[in-house]
Design a protein around this ligand. Structure first.
Ligand SMILES: O=c1ccn([C@@H]2O[C@H](COP(=O)(O)OP(=O)(O)O[C@H]3O[C@H](CO)[C@@H](O)[C@H](O)[C@H]3O)[C@@H](O)[C@H]2O)c(=O)[nH]1
Length: 476
């Protein structure tokens, strides 16, 4: 019988892409493998995945997508993405079971590889006697935090939001408790329980595949492998196989993508080497109109060249797109005359940029990012230093690791209500592009780009981890 792996990503594009890249990577190691990817739909905007899926399905025949039937959520008031995702994915379990049974008629399934949000499916894998693996789409530092989360839970009765202290998690710098992801801040929230359940499922795993590489997060990787993040249980084998990034990023489906891509790359061609700051905030990041204006003033006063992706503000003032309006009127959003005054040195793109191509363009010298892990890895692979401006999910943890541990970023400092003033934007852009500190992190970024390539080369740490993973299937 043919051999297969079943991958189960959570729906947002940021998670889907790295899971697809994992599939592609497994094929490089074992071309005869058949990769089956289970796709669920969620009741909110999780980024534009359809064109991306269609493109992969059309170009890589060994990767097959299985669209699971849509589940109906019981009426819920929550608008938390994470909670909704956990809920949908849990309710999808019967469909996962059916799909696994159907695939196993024609294939020997070596493993079901689940995203953090899809861990409910591990019980199905167990029931069907299929090895269950985790694929962690963020870095080793965040994984250390999640593996240790049940221990934190057991050592306090308070909500993390009320703890107001530093969390000492093995392998990473001390973390202010308020920097943990929003769903785990409130102990009584449903989201908290889901995160706790998911974090507690790691020790049951056959193996944890992580999208990072050993030299990027040396201390966290070593500490994880030594089992120190799970004091009272087993730590499964950890396979750091990254950096996995899409060579060609996902695309906007607005229909204008070719125009946008061409426009911004042509514009970059006309800028001096290393002179442009790129500002882009992932597939879901949104700012209020006031915040957009503050960024504009900061960029204008910095005097620097910039390429900035702007989206409409959310209707409910959240920093995540539950439903983003694609029609953007830049003139009404940005300060009066801003576009005109900066037209010689700045370009504002609506909604979407071809991020991977932009980061690899020689004119780009810095990246103001929301610290989504794919964006971090894309910057690392391009050798571009960052300003870390986290918005949601685990991004505040990534800021700490980027600034304090990897030393690849300057922090963007927000006020208590999350607002960043124009002076801070100006100062950080100047710091990144002109200061001595900026120069040091730029040098580190270039060194890390080389280290990333080395990890992926023959004999490199990630390549070795990948072959160990594939090798382990023979013994199951
Ligand atoms: O204009 C844009 C905006 C985004 N992207 C791409 O979209 C992806 C975005 O991924 P990421 O940077 O990881 O951000 P999110 O989409 O926000 O990712 C989610 O998933 C990540 C992986 O788990 C987490 O680290 C994040 O916090 C979480 O929000 C990247 O490949 C970008 O290149 C573009 O190509 N153009």
């Amino acid at each position: 019988m043919e051999e297969a792996i079943v991958l189960y990503p959570s729906p947002p594009i940021g998670h889907l892409i790295s899971m697809v890249e994992l599939g592609k990577l497994l094929l490089t190691q074992k071309p005869s493998l058949s990769i089956h990817i289970l796709i669920t739909t969620v009741p909110y905007d999780s980024g534009s995945t359809a064109p991306y899926i269609a493109n992969v399905a059309a170009t890589i025949p060994s990767i097959k997508f299985h669209h699971l039937p849509t589940v109906t959520l019981p009426s819920t008031k929550t608008t938390h993405h994470e909670e909704l995702a956990f809920e949908v994915l849990r309710l999808s379990n019967p469909h996962v079971r059916e799909e696994l049974l159907s695939i196993s008629k024609n294939y020997t399934i070596h493993g079901l590889v689940v995203d953090f949000f899809c861990c409910a499916a591990l019980s199905v894998a167990k029931e069907l006697n299929i090895p269950g693996y985790h694929f962690f789409t963020s870095g080793a530092g965040v994984l250390a935090g999640f593996l240790y989360f049940p221990t934190i839970h057991n050592t306090t009765t308070k909500s993390l939001k009320d703890l107001k202290s530093l969390l000492h998690i093995p392998g990473v710098p001390p973390i202010p408790s308020s920097d943990m992801p929003i769903p785990v801040l409130h102990r009584d929230d449903k989201g908290y329980k889901y995160f706790l359940d998911s974090s507690s499922s790691f020790p049951e795993s056959t193996g944890i595949v992580v999208n990072t590489f050993a030299s990027l997060e040396a201390r966290a990787v070593k500490t994880l492998s030594e089992g120190l993040c799970v004091p009272n249980n087993r730590t499964p084998p950890i396979y750091c196989i990254g950096p996995l990034i899409a060579t060609e990023g996902p695309k906007d489906d607005s229909g204008s993508r070719n125009g946008t891509t061409l426009e911004c790359l042509t514009w970059l061609d006309s800028q001096p080497v290393g002179s442009v700051v790129f500002l882009c905030f992932g597939s879901l990041g949104l700012f209020s109109k006031e915040q957009l204006r503050e960024i504009a003033f900061g960029l204008e006063r910095s005097g620097h060249r910039f390429l900035w992706v702007v989206r409409n503000p959310p209707s409910d003032n959240k920093s995540v797109a539950l439903s983003a309006n694609p029609n953007i009127d830049l003139d009404s959003l940005l300060p009066e005359g801003f576009l005109d005054r900066t037209k010689e040195r700045g370009l504002v793109l609506k909604s979407w940029a071809p991020q991977v191509a932009v980061l690899n363009h020689p004119s780009v010298g810095g990246f103001v990012s929301h610290c989504g892990w794919n964006s971090v890895l894309e910057a690392v692979c391009a050798g571009v230093p960052l300003v870390a401006w986290p918005l949601y999910a685990e991004q505040r943890l990534n800021r700490i690791f980027l600034v304090e541990e990897m030393k690849l970023a300057l922090p963007m400092n927000e006020s208590d209500d999350g607002f960043v003033c124009s002076a801070e934007v100006e100062e950080r852009v100047l710091g990144l592009m002109e200061s001595e500190e900026g120069k040091l992190i730029r040098e580190r970024a270039i060194a890390m780009k080389i280290a990333a390539q080395a990890a992926l080369n023959e004999g490199g740490s990630s390549r070795v981890a990948l072959s160990q993973l594939v090798e382990s299937w023979k013994h199951k």
